[in-house]
Every structure is written in structure tokens, then in C-alpha cells.
Design a protein around this ligand. Structure first.
Ligand code: M6R
Length: 615
């Protein structure tokens, strides 16, 4: 949550920073702001509540020059999304400017201490304390800027990425991180900072990860990293394997629509290279085969859409390995007392690799002795760094706040993890594993075919856009798909939407059925799961009899599904465990189209941000 950009170099800093903020706006869009050190050494600050367009108008009316600067796009935690609470925040002398992502948990104590010494606050944020503390530290230590930032970091509790300016050091920026992300972009004669690489991808593809509890000083000539005590540390370099075009809309109205279309490639790229001979290989494996063989219990921990990928993965892992699997929301798992030991494998799924609850669940699991395997779309993010093994999804950058292509890539990845476990435990032969992999490798083409068939969904979406609510029903792997369809509709179209296992209907939810209520049914395959298919036909009949408008996602050639369905959306027939990779697609399109028909911003739904780095 919150996007941060920093720049030192020969270009006009304002342009670089504002462009970077536009690319990071998906991280939060309650307000935005910039601070640039002018040629006269004076801070120039512009900040505005609302989207970056509002900041653009503010900036257009002024001349802001300078080659050292930073910016922030906010997802509000402490303090309403107003101009006053927008970042950057300054000290009383306008010497120090600070932008912050995260939550400073002890800010009340620090604020009281500062107020007692006569400091007046200009905002209600937790972040402002940092500007005043750095100013006080500079006065105390004789003006050593990096040292002042390190000293302040040692006093802070919670999660923070801080980027700070001191007008006495106009050619440098000092930044720090704990539990929130920050990367350095290394250019020729210029250096960048960003919450993620999208902030500077236009200028450089060489980057450096900043580790936990580290401070970096950037200048035009490069960067120096230390820990919070001032001990030098080496940063981890990496090359960004995608370019600017991947972070742009490329002719689509919304990133989400582009990302839906990119799903065949996201799944194909995620599978590529993971079958070597007849063996499944992970990306980073700091676990030996004996440890994988010893696994007797799997927990999948994740949030939101990634949790739904876990529910699908459970079906595959249990089927192939016979190891019991529990899937838990990370926010619940981390605060209870799950039974974990060295034989437990915790699979943490996170697109961003920085979701606060999932990260804490990983830490909790490792403290209890469990092994952790991360599935992540972001190279070098905190969750994979802290895990024993990593499987990277290769979906490319996902800018739309609603997860689409990363969801499908996560499903493919967790299924490969299931095959890797089956291989280690010997519950599947090598040729069976290779056979499953080959089936999975055919799916990207089927996703592409599904995308060709969703025209009807667009018309249907416009038709049901004014409904009060939509229900989603599924069974087996179709149930998590129903949950995901409902989540997409809630977050994009702000409609009441619920996903249920169809077998639960008569235990309560059927009371919600009324005349004309759209109910989306994810149909099991008549060949793959004939019994469930039969049960689902009965469920459709029951709700149709009570007035529901049934929209059935069914396999091609499923003539029985048509009998009670008001609408049928056909998807290709694929093996049951892989069917969510196709049945999800029409539900994504449905949600995006309904949101558009209702006039909402598909990429930036209200109140949300892409990465949830605070609890
Ligand atoms: O980055 P993560 O995969 O850890 O994010 C988890 C959820 O916040 C995320 O999947 C969220 O539910 C989606 N953006 C919803 O579309």
C-alpha cells in the first residue's frame, strides 16, 4: 500500500517522479504529492487529495525545478485522505521532507514526546513524526543526514519504507525499509528509488533489492547500503526481465482487460522450464528431497484471490500425494496456534510477495519449525526471501488492482508444487508426472479459446448490471471459482455477491433466491465428475423453479446444462483439476464489464490498493 518514488540525476526530477507515481498509482490513490529540492536549496512541495490528475493540476500552476526529488501516492491508514494528510510531510523548518509507506505503530508515544518538546503537527498521520524526529536528530548529531535517519529508524516500531530529503544535502536521498518494499534503480549517472521496479522501468532495468532493516543513500553516482547501525551491507542486484510495454495499457481501455488477455502467456510462462526430463523442478530450493519426502501435512496460507488459488491447489495436492492439506487465510492462521512441526510444509501464495498477513504467517510458521515454500510473482520480494523454497509465477507486472493473470498463474504453480511433492514422495511415477505436466501445458491454448468465446458475456453483463446482487455456485474445484467470481464482482462493481458450495444451498442460502436474481453456476464436467454434474443439474432446477436467472458456465457439449439455464457460457472441456483455469475467465470478464456498465474505474476500485502491506 502506498507507492514511493525517488530520483537523483540530471533529468528534471519532477517529471521522473510524477511519471513513476502514475505507474505506482495502483498501490494507493487516496492522495499524492511530491517534494523537489530546488536549485536554491529550498524544498518545493505539492500535494493533493484524490487521484494524480489533481496533483497534475496543482503542479501545472507552478514552476518546480530541481534534480533531486521524491513522491508518494497514498492509501490512507492514519488520517483521512485530505490535502493536509497527503505526503510528503515536513519538519517545522522545512528542512526535512519524508514520504512513508506502512504503519508506525508507536507513533502516538513519539508524537506525545515531540509535542511535549513544543513541536506542532500539521497532519493527523503517523508518518509526520519521522520528519520531526529526523530534524531533532540532525540538530543533535551536527547534521549527519544518513546517521540521523538510521537513529530514527531504530526508534520506530511497525512497518515502514521511508524516503527522506534534507535540504542541506541537495544531491542525495536517504531511504530505509522494514517490512515494506523498496528497490533501487541503477542508471548511468542517475539513481532511482521505487516501491517496485515499475517506478523506473522506463529508465533502467538494473535494480538492487534492499533487505530488511537497511538504509540506502542514493546520489547520481550510485548507492551505499548499511544496516540500521551503520554497518555496510551488499545489496542484491537483479535484472528486470520485462520492459516498459508490459507496464502500459497497449491500446486497452483498462489494464485489467489487457491482463485478462495475457492469461494464456502468463500460464505458459509459469510452466516453462519446470519439467526437466521427467522431473519437476522449483526455482529456488533450499529444502532437500528428504525434507520434501518427510512432509506429512500441508498448510496453504494466503489472502484474497491467492487464497482461492490455494483452495484449488488443495484438491490437486491431496489427490496426487494423499497428504492432508488445510487452506487458511493468512490473517487467521497467524493469530491462532496451528499445529506445526518440521514435517509441515507451509505453502505461502502471494502475487506481490509483500502482503503483511502472509508474511507474518510465513514467519510464524518458520518459528514453529515448519518449512515454507513461497509462490510469488515478484522477484526478490520479502516473502520469497524468507522462505525455504520458491516457485515464481511469470505473469509479468499486474497493474489492475483486481488479480486476474496472477490468479491463473498461481493455480498452475500450486498444481506443479503438488506434482513436485508427489514426485518426492513417490506417489506418482515419473511418466505420470510428465503426463500431467503435458496436460497442463495444453491449457494456455484452451484459455486462449475461452477468451475467443466470451463475447456473449459482455452483452449479458450489460443486461444484469442493474441487479441488486449476484450469487455464484460451484462444487469441488468449481467452488473456489465461485468464490473468486463473487470477489471480482464485489471489488469491481460494488455489488453484493456471494459464492457458495452448491450443496450448501438448502442449508440457508436458497432463501436469498427471488424472482430474477442472477445466479452464476460453475458446472462440473459431465465426463470428469458425472455424479457432481448430476447433483448440480438438480441444484439448477431448484433455483430456477424459485425464479433465479441461471447463468451456467458449462463445458462445450454439455447439453443437459441447457435445460434449466437461462444462459449458457461454454468453455473448453479440460481435465477437472485444470478446469478453474478456463471457468474463471468468463467470471473475470463478467465483473469487468458490469463495473464498466455501472461507470466504475475497473483498474482502481474504491478503497482498495494492490498490495496490502498493513494489517
Ligand atoms: O499480493 P497478494 O497475492 O498477497 O495479494 C492478496 C490479495 O490482497 C489479492 O489477491 C486481492 O484479493 C486481489 N487483488 C483481489 O482481486
Amino acid at each position: 500500500m502506498c507507492g514511493i518514488v525517488g530520483y537523483v540525476g540530471p533529468r528534471p526530477a519532477l517529471e521522473v517522479v510524477v511519471e513513476g507515481l502514475r505507474r505506482l498509482e495502483y498501490r494507493g490513490y487516496d492522495s499524492s504529492g511530491v517534494a523537489i529540492i530546488g536549485p536554491d536549496g529550498v524544498l518545493q512541495v505539492a500535494k493533493k487529495a484524490g487521484r494524480i490528475e489533481n496533483l497534475d493540476k496543482e503542479i501545472a500552476a507552478r514552476t518546480i525545478a530541481g534534480s533531486t526529488g521524491m513522491g508518494h501516492t497514498r492509501w490512507a491508514t492514519h488520517g483521512a485522505p485530505t490535502d493536509r494528510n497527503a505526503h510528503p510531510h515536513l519538519d517545522a523548518q522545512d528542512r526535512v521532507a519524508v514520504v512513508h509507506n506502512g504503519i508506525i505503530e508507536n507513533f502516538m508515544v513519539l508524537r506525545a514526546e515531540l509535542e511535549a518538546s513544543g513541536v506542532e503537527f500539521a497532519s493527523e498521520t503517523d508518518s509526520e513524526v519521522v520528519a520531526h524526529l529526523i530534524a531533532a536528530e540532525l540538530a543533535r548529531n551536527g547534521g549527519d543526514f544518513p546517521d540521523a535517519v538510521r537513529a530514527v529508524c531504530r526508534r520506530l516500531d511497525g512497518a515502514f519504507t521511508l524516503v527522506t530529503l534534507d535540504t542541506s544535502c541537495p544531491g542525495s536521498i536517504v531511504a530505509a525499509r522494514r517490512n515494506s518494499p523498496l528497490v533501487v534503480g541503477v542508471g548511468k549517472g542517475e539513481t532511482f528509488l521505487g516501491s517496485d521496479v515499475a517506478a523506473f522501468i522506463e529508465f533502467t532495468r538494473d535494480a538492487v533489492e534492499l533487505g530488511q532493516d537497511q538504509v540506502v543513500v542514493i546520489t547520481r553516482d550510485g548507492y551505499e547500503i548499511t544496516d540500521f547501525t551503520g554497518e555496510p551491507v551488499n545489496g542484491k542486484h537483479f535484472h528486470i526481465d520485462w520492459d516498459l510495454s508490459a507496464a502500459e495499457k497497449g491500446g486497452y481501455d483498462y489494464f485489467m482487460l489487457k491482463e485478462i488477455e495475457e492469461q494464456p502467456a502468463a500460464v505458459a510462462d509459469t510452466l516453462r522450464g519446470h519439467l526437466v526430463g521427467a522431473r519437476i523442478v522449483l526455482d529456488e530450493q533450499r529444502l532437500d528431497n528428504q525434507e520434501l519426502r518427510d512432509v506429512d501435512k500441508v498448510f496453504v496460507v494466503a489472502c484474497g484471490t491467492a487464497y482461492h488459488a490455494g483452495l484449488i491447489g488443495k484438491q490437486a495436492i491431496e489427490h496426487w500425494t494423499r497428504i492432508p492439506v488445510e487452506v487458511e487465510m493468512a490473517s487467521e492462521f497467524r493469530y491462532r496456534d496451528p499445529v506445526l512441526n518440521r514435517q509441515t510444509l507451509v505453502v505461502a501464495i502471494s502475487q506481490s510477495g509483500e502482503t503483511a498477513d502472509t508474511l507474518e504467517a510465513v514467519r510464524h510458521a518458520r518459528q514453529q519449525g515448519a518449512r515454507v515454500l513461497a509462490i510469488c510473482n515478484t522477484n526478490g520480494a520479502q516473502i520469497p526471501r524468507e522462505s525455504d523454497a520458491v516457485f515464481y509465477t511469470h505473469a509479468g507486472p499486474e497493474i489492475g488492482v483486481a488479480a486476474t493473470k496472477t490468479f491463473l498463474a498461481q493455480i498452475a504453480a500450486v498444481e506443479l508444487v503438488g506434482l513436485a511433492l508427489a514426485q518426492a514422495r513417490g506417489t506418482k511415477w515419473g511418466d505420470e508426472i510428465a503426463g500431467e505436466f503435458e496436460e497442463l501445458a495444453k491449457i494456455p491454448a484452451e484459455i486462449a479459446r475461452t477468451l475467443d468465446c466470451v463475447q456473449d458475456v459482455r452483452a449479458l453483463a450489460r443486461d444484469i448490471a442493474s441487479s441488486k446482487a449476484v450469487l455464484f455456485l460451484g462444487r469441488h474445484v468449481g467452488f473456489p471459482v465461485a468464490l473468486e467470481g463473487a470477489l471480482k464482482l464485489k471489488e469491481l462493481a460494488y455489488m453484493h455477491a456471494e459464492g457458495f458450495p452448491a450443496g450448501e444451498l438448502k442449508h440457508g442460502p436458497i432463501a436469498l433466491i427471488e424472482d430474477g436474481l442472477p445466479v452464476v453456476v460453475v458446472m462440473p464436467s459431465p465426463r470428469g465428475r458425472p455424479l457432481l454434474h448430476q447433483k448440480m443439474l438438480s441444484n439448477i432446477a431448484e433455483i430456477a423453479a424459485r425464479g433465479a436467472r441461471t447463468i451456467v458456465i458449462a463445458e462445450e457439449g454439455d447439453t443437459a446444462a441447457r435445460i434449466h439455464a437461462a444462459h449458457v457460457v461454454e468453455v473448453p472441456a479440460v481435465p477437472t483439476l485444470y478446469s478453474p483455469l478456463v471457468t474463471t475467465v468468463p467470471l473475470q470478464v463478467l465483473a469487468a464489464e458490469i463495473a464498466q456498465a455501472r461507470g466504475y474505474d475497473v483498474d482502481k476500485p474504491r478503497n482498495l490498493a494492490k498490495s496490502v502491506t498493513v494489517e
